[in-house]
Design a protein around this ligand. Structure first.
Ligand code: CP
Length: 280
């Protein structure tokens, strides 16, 4: 966190990764993650190669384990966005270079680290922070749970019934002493929160469930009425892209309380800190 903030404040550049290449293997669409990683790698002197299944032999059924071994012979790290967590695990098992998780259905760790940087800039003592999560128990919710283990903030989460996060992860976090409280009542979860988070109701790959989810998530929109229950100076957070009029109202998204574009900017600084940590 401290290093990422230093890098942000100094507009950090280095030749740490001069002569190295990073392969970005993306099976899902991306704006922020792709561009912030490519820019961060450029700022550290590396060359990037962007690859999707459509334009590689992955799309013609070449096994992932073979791809992992081939890419490891050419590159210095893999940055991967995919569906199941087991795909990343397979790349790690068969590859011989560092693999960075740029989102799976299970988690989005680089996003939550950037989000914590965004909070840290405003409240350096994270243990004094109350975060609310309102919405789907998706990959972002899982990553917030993981973060609560390490950074000791309070995490109040509200999900509709049937849309809870990974139960085994939640159990593990609670056993590790994380301060996490779960409910089906958004009003209860947001009460007194300093930072209010939400995400889309249907993530990438769940588009066919959109209508069913809209029904299930009725009452979970973060709007002006719900924000009244948060702390007086509460900030609104969203990893983006957002669906205005679904999980967040236009008014809250565009309000002075919204720090969503600081979150987006911080992807760049946090990716640089992560890459420096890997390559130092
Ligand atoms: N938040 C996030 O991961 O954005 P992208 O899907 O645009 O990368």
């Amino acid at each position: 966190m401290v290093r990422a903030k230093e890098m942000k404040d100094t507009d950090f550049r280095s030749d740490l990764m001069q002569g190295k290449t990073a392969i970005l293997l993306f099976e899902k669409a991306s704006t922020r993650t792709r561009v912030s990683f490519e820019t961060a790698l450029f700022h550290l002197g590396a060359k990037t190669i962007f690859m999707t299944p459509a334009e590689s032999q992955l799309g013609r059924s070449e096994p992932l384990k073979d791809t992992a071994r081939v890419l490891s012979r050419y590159n210095d790290c893999m940055i991967v966005r995919t569906f199941g967590q087991e795909k990343i695990d397979e790349l790690v098992r068969y590859g011989t270079i560092p693999v960075v998780n740029a989102l799976t259905d299970q988690g989005h760790p680089c996003q939550v680290m950037s989000d914590l940087l965004t909070i840290y800039e405003r409240t350096p003592d994270l243990s004094k922070v109350r975060v609310a999560w309102i919405g789907d128990g998706n990959n972002m919710a899982n990553s917030w749970i993981e973060a609560a283990i390490y950074f000791r903030f309070e995490l109040f989460m509200a999900f509709p019934q049937g849309y809870e996060p990974d139960k085994s992860l939640l159990t593990l976090a609670l056993q590790a002493g994380a301060k996490i409280f779960c409910t089906n009542d958004p009003q209860m979860a947001i009460d007194g929160a300093h930072y209010v988070n939400t995400d889309v109701w249907a993530s990438m790959g769940q588009e066919a469930e959109q209508k069913r989810r809209e029904k299930a998530f009725a009452g979970f929109m973060v709007d002006e009425q719900l924000m009244k229950y948060a702390a007086a100076d509460a900030k609104f957070m969203h990893c983006l892209p957002a669906h205005r009029g679904e999980e967040v109202s236009e008014g809250v998204f565009e309000s002075p309380a919204s720090i969503v574009f600081d979150q987006a900017e911080n992807r760049l600084h946090m990716q640089k800190a992560i890459l420096e940590w890997i390559f130092s």
